[in-house]
Ligand binder design. Structure first.
Ligand code: AOF
Ligand code: ZN
Length: 373
């Protein structure tokens, strides 16, 4: 690549990385819409200057492009727009962003992820090109696909992206029978988990974990206390006790119970009376039919599901091939051979997953694996 072209490509990656960072600000806050970022950059001969910034608004609208164009005003003419997702081509509740970019006189558009939404797919870029705009696609596409994985998984697979989160002792256990919640990882990991919760749409646990650990599953980080996603218990027989922390907090943070046709009507009514929402779910071979349940959640617009326990739920999610991301926090302590063995550990990650991140949180080791959608 000639020097000037290489410089331009490096500059494009730098601004796209900035647009991706900007979009993260609203991750988990844009309802059924993906959180997209847009930067408008112009160069009047003294180097590139950002003249407009936009991120998909809280709730999902206006879209990122409209926000960035509003800030740039007349400075958009002749400028470059960096968009983390292909600009939309459809008349939804807002006019198409591709047309807005054309009308504002944008000269060049650099895009990261393509939008599989059939109303957009390829059409957004086509509108831009038909208007004589130079379009560069797939800049930092892997990073954008990773960040938009929830949205992309929902669009392509009609189910949310499922993240399986596990806290393991150094000898590969997730707990001890009959001991409920025990500290396996430290405070830095705990904060990280709460941040993951804040960016999820749903937290899922099985009924055994809900009863044995009595978890609250809310976000308890300073400043993010209002970011708790809804909590869902896989509870074929509606055994969840009204005395659990989950049910006692159901009025402030929604609790859903996925119950099978065999669940006792009186038990369901008692939960409903406490503000729990019952999801009538099919069962298959004696357990909740996960593919159907996840499809229902996607139909309600949910994109990111975080599975927090326990071993059986994790095993079922893996067996049904429903897991897209595995994150393991491994603490330094040992729980002993009579502990509850992890359903999956670092040495037994299923085929098709690749390691994408490793970090340390305090004394704990963190690792994350994903697979494509
Ligand atoms: C963009 N910029 O910031 C976002 C986009 O229901 P609507 O009308 O808001 O459209 C939702 C679709 O818009 C969604 O499925 C995806 O294709 C796109 N999201 N597009 O140009 C944005 N969030
Ligand atoms: Zn749009």
């Amino acid at each position: 690549m000639a020097g000037a072209d290489a410089d331009k490509a490096a500059s494009d990656r730098r601004f796209m990385a900035a647009a991706l960072r900007l979009s993260r600000k609203h991750a988990g806050l844009t309802g059924t819409n993906p959180a997209v970022g847009t930067l408008i950059v112009r160069d009047d001969g003294n180097g590139p200057v950002i003249v407009g910034r936009g991120v998909t608004a809280i709730g999902g609208r206006p879209h990122a492009e409209a926000e960035a164009l509003a800030e740039a005003g007349g400075k958009a003419r002749g400028a470059t727009a960096y968009v983390t997702l292909e600009p939309c081509a459809h008349h939804g509740r807002t006019p198409p962003c591709a047309n807005a970019l054309v009308n504002a006189g944008i000269a060049r558009v650099v895009g990261a992820a393509s939008d599989p939404d059939p109303r957009v797919s390829g059409k957004g870029y086509a509108i831009l090109r038909a208007a004589g705009i130079e379009v560069v696609e797939r800049v930092l596409a892997d990073e954008a696909n990773d960040q938009l994985a929830g949205y992309l998984t929902r669009s392509v697979k009609q189910r949310p992206q499922v993240t399986l989160k596990l806290a393991l002792s150094t000898d590969g256990m997730i707990g001890r029978p009959g001991e409920g919640q025990i500290a396996i990882t430290g405070p830095a990991s705990r904060r990280q988990v709460h941040l993951m919760r804040a960016e999820a749409d749903v937290i899922v646990v099985g009924i055994n974990t809900a009863l044995a650990d009595d978890p609250e599953l809310t976000v308890r980080l300073p400043g993010l206390e209002d970011r708790s996603p809804l909590r869902l218990v896989l509870d074929r027989q509606a055994r969840l006790s009204p005395d659990t922390r989950l049910v006692r907090t159901a009025e402030s943070v929604p609790v859903y119970v996925a119950a099978g046709p065999e669940a006792d009507a009186a038990r369901k009514a008692a939960l409903a009376a406490r503000g729990v929402r019952l999801l009538a779910t099919d069962t298959f071979e004696g357990r909740i039919a996960l593919p159907e349940l996840l499809e229902d959640l996607a139909a309600q617009g949910m994109m990111n599901v975080m599975v927090e326990g326990g071993a059986e739920t994790a095993r079922n999610m893996l067996a049904d091939d429903m897991v897209d991301r595995i994150v393991i926090f491994q603490g330094p302590g040992r729980l002993g051979a009579d502990g509850i063995a992890a359903p999956v550990d670092r040495d037994h990650i299923p085929a098709g997953f690749r390691l994408v991140r490793e970090a340390r949180f305090g004394d704990d080791v963190y690792a994350e694996w994903t697979r494509g959608f």
